[in-house]
Design a protein around this ligand. Structure first.
Ligand SMILES: [Zn+2]
Ligand SMILES: [Zn+2]
Length: 347
């Protein structure tokens, strides 16, 4: 029991000490510097006033934020028990690697005289694109499929945003993202080992993927904050700015199902779900209706299961053809909403 507690506390501390984690102290510090710079240089607020605004008790000690802290700790315990029991990355990679020998009839070694740095740079870039692209897809499905929305809704009931809102997710969503990560990394590893030999390496900074390190060091934590930073109309078509993720959390129906991207906005641009930030835009966070109080742990953890069960029960009472028709009509309504929503890329 004692060993379990020590393990749990170590995992919790790892969130702040490991540069592979979103709330690594270095990233929190760079976000603070950036937020202060914006408030002081652009907003013209003095240092003390900026600090008071950034660390407002109304934000950091709101019911919504307090729920986020509890969820972060509880999810850590849940995921520690669940993740090791999911399929292993090495097993999936080995299986894919062996299957490729059958699919490609042998093992063609591509680019045999490529320098090591070029293979490492290519692997880092491909892994990043696969990782970010599949995060976009899964996030889009979490909004588009009613059964998945039951669980993802939890993230959108946050009414104040702090960097810890990133942990405000239902464990079912946590498992889906963990499985996605396992399969993406296994597929990239298997393909690179198969086609490029045993020269595969990741370009890292303090153990983190160099591209993600740069993104996180550039203030990624401000996307879950009340500090509005836009990258401008050109760059926001390529990279998701903090203001764009804040739009994703908006309770305004015109903003619903917009900006699903994690790092790249390109996916949203290509998928027709991009919404650029606008000057002087006021955004209120939250919105999805809940039966119980939105920030009670009972609502957050149990209501999604109840909603999912009643959705499934409703579908099971119907004939298969009707289920198919109803799901298709939900998808069509979703697509129509996407098209009719906020005008994409308007100047
Ligand atoms: Zn979302
Ligand atoms: Zn978010």
């Amino acid at each position: 029991m004692e060993a379990l507690l020590v393990d749990f506390l170590e995992h919790l501390a790892d969130q702040f000490l490991n540069p592979q984690k979103r709330v690594f102290v270095g990233y929190l510090a760079s976000a603070l510097v950036l937020a202060l710079a914006v408030q002081m240089l652009v907003g013209g607020t003095a240092l003390l006033g900026s600090l008071a605004r950034l660390f407002s008790r109304k934000i950091w000690w709101s019911r919504s934020a307090r729920a986020d802290y509890s969820i972060a700790v509880l999810n850590q315990a849940v995921m520690m028990g669940v993740v090791p029991r999911l399929v292993s990355k090495l097993a999936v990679a080995t299986l894919l690697f062996e299957a490729m020998h059958i699919w490609f009839d042998g093992r063609p070694l591509l680019w045999p005289d490529a320098p090591g740095w070029a293979v490492a740079a290519l692997f880092t870039l491909v892994l990043f694109l696969l990782d970010d692209g599949t995060k976009y897809l899964l996030h889009r499905w979490l909004h588009g499929w009613p059964l998945l929305w039951c669980f993802h809704k939890v993230h959108h009931t946050a009414e104040t945003l702090t960097p810890f809102t990133v942990y405000r997710t239902h464990p079912v969503e946590g498992v889906l993202f963990a499985l996605r990560s396992i399969f993406v990394q296994a597929a990239a590893l298997a393909a690179f080992f198969f086609f490029l030999g045993d020269r595969v390496e990741l370009v890292t900074v303090y153990g983190a993927n160099a591209i993600l390190f740069a993104f996180n060091a550039a203030g990624s934590n401000l996307r879950h904050s009340h500090v509005r930073i836009s990258y401008g109309r050109f760059l926001e078509r390529v990279l998701i700015s903090p203001a764009q993720h804040q739009i994703h959390h908006s309770d305004d129906p015109r903003h619903h199902n917009r900006n699903f991207g994690a790092v790249l906005a390109l996916w949203d641009w290509l998928g027709g779900s991009l919404c650029l930030a606008e000057r002087g835009q006021e955004i209120r966070f939250g919105g999805p209706a809940t039966t119980g109080p939105a920030h009670s742990l009972k609502t957050i953890y149990l209501e999604p299961f109840r909603d999912a069960c009643s959705l499934l029960a409703g579908l099971l009472r119907l004939r298969p053809a009707t289920v198919f028709r109803r799901l298709s009509s939900l998808r069509r309504r979703q697509d129509a909403q996407d098209r009719a929503g906020f005008p994409v890329g308007t100047e």
